[in-house]
Design a protein. Structure first.
Length: 254
């Protein structure tokens, strides 16, 4: 339960950001140089990023949903101030990491949509997010990062072209509220992770599982798709349904 959020005014944020120390060695393990050397010949992928960094997600995290969305109209300078500060901070910090470790992918956490669509308009996206995405994507490309994935729940169809305009390459976890087949048709190069409807593990049966796997099979043939349950496995999932789903998915992947 949230009692309050730390940021309401520009003065709040000016005080808040004084808590940040740019001695980045304090944020890295003491053995970072040895760790970086050890990762050069790895046989597994690694990612950088996640919650709570994103150009909508982070201001909302600090301000709360209502204050953030009101701030888009009433105090846009505060939201731009937050994004300016954190973008510069993250680029300075991540430069220390990316300079020594080749990163397979970067995640940007947003969670800016619900099951009915985006929290903000296309116009607000282009004003408050696009400039930061473009600067951040350009920064990542300078270090050879090829896979830039946005973590966003909900119905994201209207957001996908806006992200692609900025250089984002993929979406995670692609909740099942989205029509993945239609999205693949409209955006053939979009990387997608997730997409498997978790409800088949609760009240589904063999038919529901087979229908879901049919959708997965068609998408696998197009490439750029890693199928998995669209979020965490629900607590009330049926073990026998999960086992059947997972065995059939493994066979399909093999």
């Amino acid at each position: 339960m949230v009692l309050d959020y730390p940021i309401r005014t520009t003065e709040d944020f000016n005080n808040y950001k004084e808590l940040y120390d740019k001695d980045f060695k304090k944020r890295l393990p003491d053995c970072f140089d040895e760790l970086a050397i050890g990762l050069k010949n790895r046989d597994f992928p690694i990612r950088l990023g996640g919650s709570p960094f994103g150009f909508c997600g982070l201001p909302r995290h600090l301000m709360g949903d209502v204050n953030y969305m009101m701030g888009l109209y009433d105090n846009p300078g505060l939201i731009e101030n937050i994004n300016d500060f954190y973008l510069d901070f993250v680029m300075d910090y991540w430069s220390e990491i990316l300079d020594k470790i080749d990163m397979d992918w970067v995640m940007i956490w947003e969670d800016m949509a619900f099951k009915t669509g985006s929290f903000i308009s296309r116009e607000a996206f282009r004003k408050f997010l696009t400039p930061y995405y473009r600067k951040f994507v350009d920064f990542l490309k300078q270090f050879g990062v090829k896979n830039i994935i946005v973590d966003c729940d909900g119905l994201v169809g209207e957001l996908i072209p806006l992200w692609l305009e900025t250089g984002v390459t993929g979406i995670f976890p692609m909740e099942a509220v989205n029509d993945l087949v239609e999205i693949r048709k409209n955006f053939p190069k979009l990387q997608m992770l997730g997409g498997v409807d978790k409800k088949i593990l609760i009240k589904g049966g063999q038919k529901s599982i087979d229908e879901e796997l049919g959708m997965i099979s068609s998408l696998l043939a197009t490439g750029g798709f890693i199928p998995h349950i669209d979020h965490s496995i629900p607590m009330d999932a049926d073990w026998h349904l999960f086992k059947e789903y997972r065995e059939k998915l493994n066979n399909l992947l093999e």
